[in-house]
Design a protein around this ligand. Structure first.
Ligand SMILES: NC(=O)c1ccc[n+]([C@@H]2O[C@H](COP(=O)([O-])OP(=O)(O)OC[C@H]3O[C@@H](n4cnc5c(N)ncnc54)[C@H](O)[C@@H]3O)[C@@H](O)[C@H]2O)c1
Ligand SMILES: [Fe+2]
Length: 389
């Protein structure tokens, strides 16, 4: 059976249902805003900073720029650069132990989603009473974390404004999240200068992560007019700026556009959850180490084609936002993938049909599948994976 032959079980969106849109974060953006870091720390009374980044940013211009501001601020600080991509619970425990031992009273996270997620979890673990594992799940964070300023250097995850921290359990490789408004960073500092060194392939894949947040949030049965405004605008910005950001790394206008898109898309999805593409992409990260944005990109076009029948009007709205010349959303996504060299397939990561059951079993643990506007059977999910293989 192919996708087009399966029956369409559409989920209804109720425009009158109660919604909750919450956004406690301050977002400061613009070229040069990193210079505001000393004042932001002083305003929060922070004197001993734990600066958290990942191994890839252990040295180089991004680290130097952040450290220069910490020097200017005149605070004591430590730079922890042991975070790995897809951070583990263990590294967060190590980080929290160091923060307790050294008496840090504030956190600056700089890097991609991995560094920010690790820092957010550790900042909560330090003030909490239990272990990092006790914080996994929904609303388990009982005490406000240490103040945290997030400085994203990729434009994709939106972790700087997310109520999620996604962590990997090294025992079985599965990902699980801390989900709590309390772990949202107090300030997101978006300085386009910090993203110009991001290589083209990471610019493209993280850009597709942001596109997934926008498209899936807009399609979610839990979307609401406020989230829709943010998600739709994020699609427009991605359509306008991702190609240039990939082709010309130093294009600050394109970089700033992608930063705004990534942050807006996650602001939208905080209150809507996502859909089938993230539902399947997250387990593919765990089972086959497919980088998050690459996995989202691979699942996004099949998902758009599948969902179109459930809501053709929404599909048309999204296509018009992302690419006014495209016929439908799947076409707009395909064209952007071609122009940004995002041609990877699941088979490139050795994903075999015999792996589908495991991927789907993991996918069913998250509520992203429930947010999708069209119900998918296990057979449908297998077809979506096959389409991406
Ligand atoms: N919290 C959330 O809501 C949320 C949402 C989506 C994804 N995630 C998580 O985020 C993680 C992925 O984050 P990511 O895609 O940002 O990748 P990442 O943080 O793993 O970084 C990828 C690579 O890019 C390098 N890098 C980052 N910025 C750079 C720069 N400016 N110049 C040069 N190199 C740079 C890093 O060193 C690293 O090697 C995953 O663990 C994923 O599960 C979280
Ligand atoms: Fe994502």
């Amino acid at each position: 059976m192919t996708l087009s032959q399966t029956s369409v079980a559409r989920r209804e969106r109720d425009p009158l249902r109660a919604t909750r849109f919450e956004l406690p974060a301050v977002v400061i953006s613009g070229v040069g805003v990193l210079d505001q870091l000393p004042d932001l720390l002083a305003a929060r009374g922070v004197t001993r900073v734990m600066a958290v980044t990942d191994r890839g940013l252990r040295e180089g211009p991004v680290r130097d720029a952040v450290v220069a501001q910490l020097d200017r601020a005149g605070v004591d600080y430590t730079v922890f650069s042991e975070v790995e991509s897809d951070p583990t619970i263990e590294v967060v425990e190590q980080l929290a132990d160091r923060m307790r031992a050294e008496g840090h009273d504030g956190v600056v996270a700089f890097g991609g989603g991995s560094a920010m997620d690790a820092a957010k979890a550790a900042a909560a673990a330090v003030t909490g009473t239990g272990s990092v594992r006790d914080l996994l799940g929904v609303d388990k964070v009982q005490v406000d974390p240490l103040p945290l300023i997030a400085i994203p250097t990729t434009s994709g995850t939106g972790s700087e404004v997310a109520r999620f921290s996604v962590l990997t359990d090294s025992a079985d490789g599965a990902k699980s999240s801390i989900s709590s408004m309390r772990i949202m960073p107090q300030v997101a500092l978006l300085d386009a200068r910090l993203v110009t060194g991001l290589p083209a392939h990471l610019t493209a894949s993280t850009g597709f992560d942001a596109l997934g947040h926008a498209v899936e949030s807009f399609g979610s049965v839990w979307s609401n007019p406020i989230s829709e405004a943010l998600a739709l605008r994020a699609m427009t910005l991605i359509g306008r700026h991702l190609r240039a950001a990939v082709a010309t790394p130093g294009d600050l206008v394109a970089r700033a556009g992608m930063q705004a898109a990534s942050t807006s898309a996650l602001m939208a999805s905080n209150s809507t959850r996502l859909g089938l593409a993230h539902g399947l992409a997250v387990p593919l990260g765990a089972t086959h180490h497919v980088p998050h944005g690459v996995a989202v990109s691979m699942m996004l076009r099949p998902m758009a084609a599948f969902n179109q029948a459930a809501d053709p009007q929404r599909d048309a709205e999204m296509a018009a936002a992302l690419d006014p010349s495209a016929e439908d959303l799947a076409g707009a996504i395909g064209s952007l993938q071609r122009d940004t060299n995002m041609g990877a397939r699941l088979r490139d990561f050795d994903v075999l049909p015999t792996d589908y059951d495991r991927v789907i079993e993991l996918a069913q643990r998250s509520d992203n599948l429930l947010a999708n506007p069209r119900e998918a059977t296990v057979e449908d999910l297998k077809d979506l994976l096959e389409d991406a293989r």
